[in-house]
Design a protein around this ligand. Sequence first.
Ligand code: PGA
Length: 249
Amino acid sequence: MRKNIVAGNWKMNNTLQEGIVLARELQKTLEEKTLKCEVVICVPFIHLASVVAEVKTVIVGAENLADKSSGAYTGEVSAAMIASTGAKYVIVGHSERRTYYGETNAVLKEKVLLALANGLIPIFCVGEVLAEREANKQKDVVSTQISESLFDLPTEDFRKIVLAYEPVWAIGTGKTATSEQAQEIHAFIRKTIAERYGSAVADSISILYGGSCNAGNAGELFAKPDVDGGLIGGASLSVDKFLPIVEAF
Ligand code: PGA
């Protein structure tokens, strides 16, 4: 059985002090609940160690990692450094990294290898931009992103990955994909994985939906058979908005 996961992505928000307050509040709220999913918060590098110390019910992840293992790469943060904070997950290939920082499928392949080599679970993001959706190219885009970055992995490594389908036109825009649109691409992703690794592996991989997921639409999205949770940006920045998404399972 694959895992249901609701993962927050704080992006470049919250000072260290604000982040600690939010993590503490989330821990206090969630520890009293019976959860039907794993809850993850992906936070800026400088928050990692402090947030790990605040939470037990919630698992912590980073938002990015370097594509090199160590050395003279000023300003970069390695997979080993992230793992040393107690973080367990790392987002790889978020569309904001692809678009604003030029991260290619080839660079992301290196990042995935380094994450896995250091015991981190990659949350690997894929998704088309609006022009690609309008040209009906979303399936080609997503399958190329997955195959170029992930399909050289041996089965035992591929099985560890979590995927997130995030149509770029839905991120931070308030325009959510309909649950049918999400299900269609999630099922396509699972089929693409099955063709490469077999259906047992495809069925074991969690595929999250991201892009303006909120309290109002999470229940309908998560009810779809191939949607195993969400990657949540804006709505992960307050417990009031995040909790109903976590409880949508
Ligand atoms: P959003 O972001 O929920 O604010 O649309 C999702 C994401 O970018 O992971």
